[in-house]
Design a protein around this ligand. Structure first.
Ligand SMILES: Cc1cc2nc3c(=O)[nH]c(=O)nc-3n(C[C@H](O)[C@H](O)[C@H](O)COP(=O)(O)O)c2cc1C
Length: 508
């Protein structure tokens, strides 16, 4: 099934704005019916996490530094675990709305603030926490014990002996509860699953790096094995990605633990109970079903062809490492929030340069080998950046240069491409994360669809952090798919948009 890439095209084309044919035109959503954004297990043993929010490393260093597993033992303790989970998706602020009451906002941006991504963990014995399979409860900052004992061997098998998983004392598993997001976004939810997982993973990678712990994104695994370990009802909830963290020399227990079904009681996963068959289909089609398939799937990342620059591209001027803004990652994550309006004032060329450079150095992932390669190309509409002509641009990442594609005033166009919203028209820069989807699917099969969406959203999450580190505001946005490709063509003629953000100045 993974090689039948028509499934990805069917899903992708069918969920394009406007009028994708898999989307109902008359669907409406009333936030008063927002599903509970927390998975609640009943009658379960839990451990409260101690939380220390004190600052560590600068946010820009944390998002750009890759720590690899080496020889030195790095085992997170309960404090480290608490920080990793909190700064990935903990509650960072509460806002009271007259109609909705208190809404709890999280460490990472999420479409519609619906928070449909859960985090589970599988670990050996950690200082302060016994080996087990746990669920993270961000509301009460605790981990809940699903299975007692060391189950890491299941993940080693599921990932066909992935080397980082073999040596990880702790592995996070991100899952998606479909109906907490389909209630608003219908079938397009499966894109949001990766978008909203990616912004969380950007934080996980950054906080791990801030504490000098190796962490890597793994998509090469047998889905069913991981879902059974977490005892997920896969019609409602599925795993999306694994992130092994830390390094231990000892391999996990050799014997494969039996995985009995748990039938743990939870509160209903959502008040919206419509199982979207198109989401089921694309998820099945992009699932890996055996160790052999995992092995075949891995390999060198497809290289996206980039036309050479036409004329004199502009060299960027990012802050040098010894001069970068020092705001700590923790402070930036706590302050982060999506911009709700922009002032139309320019950001500086150095601010834009710094965001582009530090966010795109590399994402550590099994589908991005060697480290530093990317499935994503960045196209920009520059409305207001000091010293730059307004117009459309392409970012040559390897050279750290911007190429002007078309000069002109495109605020209105940016507003239109971002689903006719004011934010991209008023912001300073709109950034479109695009990929050659056909090429990615030919290289990686349908699993490549997940990979491209995920890489784009991890980069998007880094854009959030890199911008806030410089007092630049950001928001994620959704878009009219084909209109974006058309606007950036002929340069972008074979490319599809995976993600979008807008950067700008706060309205005072
Ligand atoms: C991928 C993505 C797409 C988004 N699209 C929009 C959008 O189209 N319009 C909008 O106003 N906000 C959009 N947002 C912002 C979310 O509404 C916001 O993240 C959410 O309300 C949580 O608030 P916070 O980011 O301030 O924590 C988007 C966020 C993400 C991550």
């Amino acid at each position: 099934m993974n090689n039948d890439i028509d499934a990805s095209w069917h899903y992708h084309n069918g969920t394009k704005h406007p009028h994708g044919r898999l989307m109902g035109k008359l669907h409406t959503y009333d936030p008063a019916f927002r599903p509970n954004p927390y998975k609640v297990y009943k009658d379960i043993q839990s451990t409260v996490l101690p939380l220390d929010k004190s600052p560590s490393t600068s946010a820009l260093i944390a998002i750009s530094r890759n720590i690899e597993q080496e020889v030195e033992q790095i085992v997170p303790d309960l404090n480290d675990l608490a920080r990793i989970l909190y700064f990935s998706c903990g509650i960072t602020k509460t806002i009271n709305y007259s109609r909705l009451g208190d809404v709890e906002f999280r460490a990472a941006a999420c479409t519609g603030a619906l928070y449909h991504i859960e985090i589970y963990l599988v670990c050996g014995n950690l200082p302060g926490l016994d080996a087990g399979v746990y669920h993270f409860d961000p509301k009460y900052m605790k981990v809940e014990l699903l299975r007692k004992g060391d189950y890491r061997r299941v993940l080693i098998n599921a990932s066909s002996n992935n080397i980082e998983i073999q040596h990880a004392p702790l592995i996070l598993i991100y899952s998606d509860v479909f109906t907490r997001n389909t209630i608003k976004y219908q079938t397009r939810e499966y894109r949001h699953a990766f978008w909203d997982c990616g912004t969380i993973i950007a934080n996980t990678l950054a906080i791990s790096s801030a504490h000098k712990m190796p962490a890597k994104v793994i998509l090469g695994y047998v889905d069913d094995l991981v879902n059974s370990l977490l005892d997920l009802n896969t019609e409602k909830e599925v795993s999306l990605a694994l992130v092994p963290i830390g390094f231990t020399k000892e391999a996990a227990a050799q014997e494969i633990p039996v995985i009995p079904s748990l039938n743990l009681k939870t509160e209903p996963l959502s008040n919206y109970d419509f199982d979207d068959q198109e989401i089921q289909k694309i998820h099945q089609a992009s699932s890996l079903t055996s160790g052999r398939e995992v092995k075949e799937w891995l390999g060198v990342s497809p290289k996206i062809k980039i036309p050479s620059p036409m004329e004199n591209p502009i060299s960027l001027d990012p802050f040098k490492e010894n001069k970068i803004p020092s705001a700590s990652l923790e402070r930036i994550i706590i302050r982060r929030g999506s911009a709700r309006e922009f002032s139309r004032e320019p950001i500086s060329f150095q601010q834009l340069s710094t965001v582009l450079y530090y966010s795109t150095i590399g994402v550590s992932a099994d589908f991005l080998e060697p480290y530093g390669c990317s499935l994503i190309n960045l196209y920009l509409i520059i409305n207001a950046v000091d010293g730059l002509q307004s117009g459309s641009y392409f970012y040559h990442r390897e050279q750290n240069k911007l190429e002007l594609l078309k000069g002109g005033e495109f605020r209105q166009t940016a507003g239109h491409l971002g689903l006719d919203q004011d934010l991209p028209a008023d912001g300073s820069v709109a950034v479109f994360f695009m990929t050659d989807l056909e090429k990615v699917l030919k290289g990686f099969g349908n699993r490549g669809y997940r990979a491209a969406q995920l890489e784009a959203s991890i980069l998007g999450g880094k854009f959030y952090l890199a911008s806030y580190a410089q007092n630049v505001r950001v928001t994620g946005l959704t878009f009219y798919d084909d209109a974006v490709t058309e606007f950036f063509s002929p340069h972008a003629k074979d490319k599809s948009v995976m993600f979008m953000v807008v950067l700008g100045k706060k309205k005072s």
